[in-house]
Design a protein around this ligand. Sequence first.
Ligand code: DQA
Length: 137
Amino acid sequence: MKILILNGPNLNLLGRREPLIYGNITFDQFFESLKKKYADVELHYFQSNVEGEIINKLHEVGFGFDGIILNAGAYTHTSIAIGDAIKGIETPVIEVHISNVYAREEFRHVSYIAPNAKGVIAGFGLQSYELALESFI
Ligand code: DQA
């Protein structure tokens, strides 16, 4: 099974960025532990702060992979283009968020990903990614 974890803007700063909201662990640390725990899964990881690069990656893997776990960061709330890209590919996408976006500012309650996603997982810290992975498995 081939799964891509795709992180959007500012998620490269995990571990340092607003630790009270996003925690103290870097994504690389978390990803290493995930790879060990799910050794049977072919897990890939890509992060970009650039909207077009996220779209290119969705196009690249979206006809060959079994699942995409997408945390589009703030683009979740703004990007019609990422929403359209998900609509245009075949691989199912699960939208994830580290924080509970529905308990935060109102602008975070809007998602252009959710209507095109298989499901949404938010508010479980980095475990949100693992729950999405379990769902694909
Ligand atoms: C986030 C929530 C978004 O609103 C925010 O812009 C992020 C991270 C999360 O994982 O909780 O960058 O996607």
